[in-house]
Design a protein around this ligand. Structure first.
Ligand code: 3H9
Length: 708
């Protein structure tokens, strides 16, 4: 007989014989809200007190066990009971508690499972402690129970990487007791619970597990993790807290360690890094919510055509093939298509050489590739991406050909990074099918995909572009048409700010160091050397005719390019790279060039601190970001944030430039811009949107509403 008692709307219990099944039902991913905590604790207490209940089973409703604490609640006043309290209550239960896991058991979700006495999982389960990715650490006993269960080394690996571990590996690590077949966690859990009862199995608490018994091994793992975290987790707050917590778990009693963990967890919650990383988490999910994706269904997408087999075209081909799509690549002649194919193969050969792909797997992927010198090869493809030379006339000619050969309804996309896509669309008889797909190099690796929406494109084409991004596991950002779209347009402005700082007195090396100190992996001059100085030079030449003659123009980069110093590929740029070294060395000759340019303009160099450099750099970025939002080039400030997080190396823990501005305070940013404008009013024109938000006492977050 089954008795049922509803505790709260998000936690329900039902008795199946002697087993009380507690189901957490909080769509979409059963996150642990305060109502879930309350309901779970009440249900466990009631079951413990009920003589008819012999064992307790905890499951999640739907496709997941529990994805973790409800991260929307962080930053708000905490509501009792706390999750550590709930987990302790589960563990203290006098009857066996079994967790049956389907899908995600992450963060606090795994901590609930570890507080249970036995764990069974279905094959699709993924377990993990990903808190570190949100600027946090496990805060409900995870740093204390996990090392007791699986040893310090495995626990540290889980908590410092935040990786999701598949069911099989979880079993071999000791996170699970058994794997079960099927798709119903409740069925698997009831079977296991009844077996345990039949065997007379009693409670078995993780706090008593012996994973830390070999103290020397545990200490060695902690020392190694500490050294590694100091090296790798540049500027991050929580990794060291995790290592310290495991040290406490080794040195102190279980209860003392859980108490210390709670304090450290709350310190992480208070950190601005938590705010930045959680903003990034939600922003990356919000970006795909665009009006077109809601208004229309994607078109059929089962094959991809690519025009051009250069670095970009080959990278896009790899991204498409990795997503399981067959690719037809067209180049103008046999030599070019041979090179295109070789460029594609080179990527896979690299993986094979590193042992990350078998030759057979490479052959299977390459079977999806076809090369041709005839546009007619595109006649059946669902979507074509043009990745040829950045020249509007060349692109228009390509699109005329596509218009001629492609079937009706095929999506025609351009990978241009700045050209006018409205003009490209107008060169066809079907502008409603033309969209921008701006990949970033290397296209098979970089996550960002700007989906550029020209005036006449139809909604289902935009929806198809978002579907492609999802399939390729890219982070799509919707952008409007303008020179440089979201990312490169803003980049051009803060790059100029960097040049101004350079000419006014800071060396390129000081600027790069300040930008790295802020959390970027590289500074702007290092990036230029990596990308090739000739690319920016070509852009400057292209824009020379339309440049405002009154605008400040710094010629240092031109002087460097005129010498043929294009960066790493020529072993010399802003830095020197002896014998092709990847790490550049400072170059006195570059400093002499900078000095000569200053003298020519009568500039007396002054000192800049790293903080002064970053205030200008960020003010320029935020100001242009506000203009891009106001013009509708970006839908919301969060779209600017995601662009910079996914495509430009912006430190994730700062949440993106607009989130950063909110955290600094918009009045402060505006005050800086106005102060800088006294030196150069043309460059530092405050964005009207920024002025408006400051006047109204609002922040950028107020513009991040969901899209209808
Ligand atoms: C923690 O647990 C701390 C504890 O140690 C200590 C506490 C004291 N909360 O990703 P999806 C939403 S820290 C609230 O698109 P998928 C998400 O925003 C937490 N909401 O689906 C989205 O909403 P919407 C540690 C959450 O199938 C919807 O669910 N846990 C949460 O591709 C679907 O998400 C983590 O870090 C949450 N925790 O992937 C796990 N999680 O539909 C974070 C998701 O409105 N979550 N949402 O856009 C994930 O990794 C993935 O969401 C998951 C599903 C793998 C679970």
């Amino acid at each position: 007989m089954t008795t049922a008692s509803i505790t709260t709307p998000v936690v329900r219990s039902a008795r199946h014989g002697g087993v009380l099944c507690i189901t957490i039902d909080n769509a979409p991913v059963n996150a642990i809200s305060s109502a879930v905590r309350r309901g779970l604790k009440e249900a466990v207490e009631a079951a413990d007190a009920d003589a008819a209940v012999k064992a307790i089973l905890i499951v999640g409703e739907g496709a997941n066990f529990v994805a973790g604490a409800d991260i929307r609640e962080f930053g708000q006043a905490p509501q009792p009971p706390s999750l550590p309290e709930v987990c302790n209550r589960i563990e203290a239960c006098g009857k066996p508690v079994i967790a049956a896991i389907r899908g995600a058991a992450l963060g606090g979700g795994l901590e609930i499972a570890l507080a249970a006495h036995y764990r069974v999982a279905l094959q699709d389960a993924k377990l993990g402690l990903p808190e570190v990715q949100l600027g946090l650490m496990p805060g409900a006993g995870g740093t204390v129970r996990t090392p007791r269960l699986v040893g310090a080394q495995a626990a540290l690996d889980l908590m410092l990487s935040g990786r999701h571990v598949k069911a099989k590996e979880s079993l071999s690590l000791g996170l699970l007791d058994r794997l079960a077949e099927g798709e119903d966690a409740q069925v698997a859990g009831l079977t296991y619970a009844n077996e345990l009862l039949a065997q007379g199995a009693g409670v078995r608490r993780s706090r008593d597990a012996q994973g830390l018994a070999d103290r020397a091994a545990a200490q060695a793992a902690i020392d190694a993790a500490k050294a590694d975290a100091a090296k790798k987790s540049r500027g991050l707050f929580s990794p060291m807290k995790i290592v310290e917590a495991v040290q406490t778990a080794l040195d102190k009693s279980f209860d003392e360690a859980v108490k210390a963990e709670r304090e450290a967890f709350l310190a992480c919650i208070e950190s601005p890094q938590r705010a930045g990383l959680i903003h990034a988490f939600f922003a990356e999910r919000e970006v795909a919510k665009v009006p077109e994706a809601k208004a229309a269904q994607p078109r059929k997408l089962e094959s991809v055509g690519i025009v051009g087999g250069g670095t970009m075209g080959a990278g896009i081909a790899v991204a498409a093939m990795d997503a399981g799509l067959p690719v037809v690549m067209v180049e103008r002649d046999q030599a070019s298509i041979d090179r295109g194919r070789a460029n594609v193969e080179k990527v896979y050969d690299g993986l094979v050489a590193k042992g990350r792909m078998t030759p057979e797997a490479k052959a299977a992927v390459m079977a999806r590739y076809t090369g041709s010198t005839d546009y007619a090869a595109f006649k059946d493809v669902d979507l074509v991406i043009e990745a040829v030379f950045e020249d509007i006339e060349v692109k228009k000619a390509v699109f005329k050909e596509l218009d001629r050969v492609c079937k009706a309804g095929a999506v025609l996309a351009t990978n241009t990074s700045y050209l006018d896509i409205d003009a490209i669309a107008a060169s066809t008889s079907r502008p409603q099918d033309v969209v921008g797909l701006h990949f970033f190099s290397p296209a098979n690796i970089m996550k960002l995909l700007e989906i550029v929406v020209p005036a006449k494109v139809s909604a289902d084409v935009v929806a198809t572009a978002f579907a492609l991004a999802k399939r390729m596991k890219k982070v799509p950002v919707r952008a409007g048409v303008c020179d440089g779209f979201i990312g490169n347009r803003i980049l051009a402005v803060y790059r100029q700010a960097a040049d101004h700082i350079l000419e006014d007195g800071a060396s390129p090396y000081e600027i790069d160091a300040a930008v790295r100190g802020f959390g970027y992996p590289m500074g702007p001059f290092q990036v230029s050397d990596l990308a090739g100085g000739d690319i920016g030079w070509a852009t400057r030449k292209r824009k020379a005719a339309t440049r405002d003659p009154k605008a400040r123009y710094v010629e240092v980069a031109d002087r460097i390019c005129e010498r043929g110093w294009f960066g790493q590929k020529t072993q010399r740029g802003w830095y020197v790279y002896p014998q092709g070294a990847r790490a550049g060395q400072e170059d006195a000759e570059v400093l002499a060039i900078v000095d000569a340019e200053r003298q020519k303009k009568g500039i007396v160099p002054r000192k800049f601190t790293a903080e002064e450099i970053m205030r200008r750099y960020m003010a320029a970025m935020v100001n242009e970001g506000a203009k891009v939002v106001a013009e509708g080039i970006a839908l919301r400030p969060l779209d600017v944030d995601v662009t910079f997080l996914s495509g430009y190396g912006f430190p994730r823990y700062r949440g993106g430039p607009m989130k950063y501005a909110d955290m600094v305070g918009l009045p402060k940013i505006l005050e800086d811009i106005r102060a800088f404008a006294k030196e150069d009013p043309l460059f530092w024109q405050p964005a009207p949107l920024l002025e408006k938000l400051v006047a109204e006492g609002k922040d950028f977050a107020s513009l991040n509403q969901p899209q209808g």
